[in-house]
Ligand binder design. Structure first.
Ligand code: BGC
Length: 237
């Protein structure tokens, strides 16, 4: 008689490729973390080979996993990265899912970083908009928990002939200072409310902790770890 093999729950290595750091963590079947988050600075220049090598190295310190989710700071279609404003032009047209799957020997799914952060933040009810304040300006839109993929508010005109990312990205925060940047954020929140009429707006990303304005009642900040925790959603099918 054949012995029945005990089915073990799949573990997901979740990866967040950022403009300043690459982060990883392993999640259990339910999406709870089972390892400590590890981070290395994003290699410079941030070309595919160098970033892949950083992920492989980080993965070695995370123990066993069965599959991989990656959040990438650009437009992603079927595992291929189509834009990379804050990394390197070599990413344009790069099959990240395939390359990383070959390096790690596991199935890999890739999505936009803000989309993943959104999965880690939303409630699944109504129109929910997510923006991330980090090196770039991430954006993600959900309707009753369903993602509208690759919403890219970042490079749209916002004010003074500049885009959301030019006014609110990391370089802008460094240059303008916290006070002005917070004032700009107030205006961006109002503009986005007019445009999307969202029920809830979530603000994540590493610079969300720099917010010092009173937020409207339907606007909440979320911890940056959502950018890793949301990775589990890529395997819900
Ligand atoms: C990219 C987005 C990304 C955001 C945050 C922007 O520059 O165009 O795709 O989500 O940065 O990383």
């Amino acid at each position: 008689m054949a012995t029945t093999k005990k089915k073990t729950a799949a573990k997901t290595l979740t990866v967040d490729i950022g403009g300043s750091g690459v982060k990883v963590m392993v999640l259990d079947e339910k999406g709870n973390s089972v390892t400590e988050r590890a981070r290395v600075p994003t290699p410079q220049p941030a070309k595919p080979d160098a970033v892949l090598a950083a992920i492989v190295k980080l993965a070695k310190g995370q123990g066993d996993f069965d599959r991989v989710s990656v959040g990438f700071p650009g437009v992603v279609r079927r595992g291929v990265t189509e834009t990379a404003a804050n990394l390197n032009a070599d990413w344009i047209g790069f099959d990240l899912a395939k390359a990383l799957s070959q390096s790690l020997g596991k199935p890999v799914r890739v999505a936009n970083d803000a989309d993943i952060q959104g999965f880690g933040a939303i409630s699944g009810r109504g129109v929910e908009l997510v923006v991330t304040l980090g090196t770039g300006f991430g954006s993600a839109l959900f309707v009753d928990g369903r993602l509208v993929p690759n919403l890219e508010a970042a490079h749209h005109q916002f004010r003074r002939n500049q885009t959301y990312e030019q006014r609110l990205g990391r370089a802008a925060l460094d240059k303008a200072g916290k006070k002005k940047w917070n004032r700009r954020l107030t205006k961006a929140i109002a503009a986005l409310q007019y445009l999307f009429n969202y029920d809830t707006l979530y603000i994540g990303g590493g610079n969300a902790k720099k917010i010092n304005i009173d937020l409207p009642p339907n606007v909440k900040t979320v911890p940056n770890v959502a950018g890793l925790l949301g990775g589990i959603a890529l395997w819900r099918d």
